[in-house]
Design a protein. Structure first.
Length: 242
C-alpha cells in the first residue's frame, strides 16, 4: 500500500476516534436524581432507620467531595442490628418505561478492615409514579465482594446501560447494612450519588456514531483488499530480468 494511502487511512481512524471518544461528554446528560446527592443538605430528601447496635450518621470528617457524606455501619452480629439510608423517589423522566439507557454511580469508602464475606448493599429500585408498585431493582454489593478494605481513598462505582423495567416511572436508592447480608465491619461512607440518562440529541449522536464506525471499517477493509488485489495482478505484468 502506498504511503499516502496509509496516511489517509490512519487519518480517517484518528478522526473517528476523536468523534467517538468524547461522545459521552457530548451526549447531553440529563440528571434524574437523587436530590441532595451527597448529604450537603443534611438528611433532606433521605429516610433512614436503625435497629439494635447499628448506626447511620451525616459525616463531615471524610467526604469524597463537598463537606458531608452518608455514613452507615454496624459492629455487632445478629439481624436485629441493622441500618439503612433510602432516598426520596425521583421521576425517571425520559428514561421511564425503558425508553433510554440509565447510568448509576456513587462514591464509597471503607476506612476499616472488612470481614470475610461481608458486604453493604446499594439498590437502585424501580416503581410506578406514585411508588406504590415495585417493578424491579439493580443490586450492587460493595465490601468483600469488591475487594475493598482499609481504604485510604474513595472509589467510584459506575454502572452504565441500565434499562428501567416496563411500566417503571420512578426510582429510589437504598443502602443497607446487615439486612440482606452480614455486616459487622464498621462504617461505610457514601457520597456523590448520581442517576442520569442521555438527552434526545445525545442519544441521536451516539446512534449515528455507532452506525458510522462499522460502515467506515467496511470501507477501510474494502480499500485495503482492493489495493492488494491490484498489486497482485500488476505483479504478473512486471518485465522479467534479462
Amino acid at each position: 500500500m502506498q504511503p499516502e494511502r496509509i496516511i489517509g487511512l490512519v487519518t480517517l481512524w484518528l478522526v473517528i476516534a476523536a468523534l467517538v471518544a468524547p461522545a459521552g461528554a457530548m451526549a447531553g446528560l440529563i440528571r434524574l436524581g437523587p436530590s441532595n446527592s451527597g448529604a450537603e443538605h443534611g438528611s433532606d430528601d433521605w429516610y433512614f432507620g436503625t435497629n439494635g447496635a447499628a448506626w447511620v450518621s451525616l459525616d463531615h470528617t471524610d467526604p469524597a467531595t463537598g463537606e458531608y457524606d452518608f455514613a452507615i455501619g454496624n459492629n455487632t452480629a445478629g439481624q436485629e442490628n441493622r441500618a439503612d439510608w433510602r432516598s426520596r423517589l425521583f421521576p425517571l423522566g425520559a428514561a421511564a418505561n425503558g425508553a433510554r439507557l440509565i447510568t448509576f454511580s456513587f462514591a464509597y469508602k471503607f476506612p476499616g478492615k472488612i470481614n470475610r464475606r461481608e458486604n453493604l448493599q446499594v439498590f437502585l429500585r424501580f416503581f410506578d409514579a406514585a411508588g406504590t408498585n415495585f417493578y424491579g431493582q439493580k443490586i450492587f454489593r460493595v465490601g468483600f465482594h469488591t475487594g475493598d478494605s482499609n481504604m485510604v481513598n474513595y472509589r467510584t462505582m459506575r454502572i452504565t446501560d441500565i434499562i428501567a423495567p416496563r411500566k417503571a416511572r420512578s426510582a429510589d436508592i437504598w443502602i443497607t447494612a446487615n439486612i440482606w447480608e452480614p455486616w459487622t465491619s464498621g462504617t461505610g461512607r457514601f457520597d456523590d450519588f448520581s442517576v442520569t440518562t442521555v438527552s434526545w440529541l445525545g442519544r441521536t449522536l451516539l446512534v449515528v456514531l455507532d452506525g458510522m464506525v462499522p460502515g467506515l471499517l467496511i470501507i477501510t477493509i474494502a480499500v485495503m483488499k482492493s489495493r492488494r488485489t491490484r498489486v497482485r495482478k500488476g505483479a504478473y505484468n512486471l518485465p522479467r530480468k534479462s
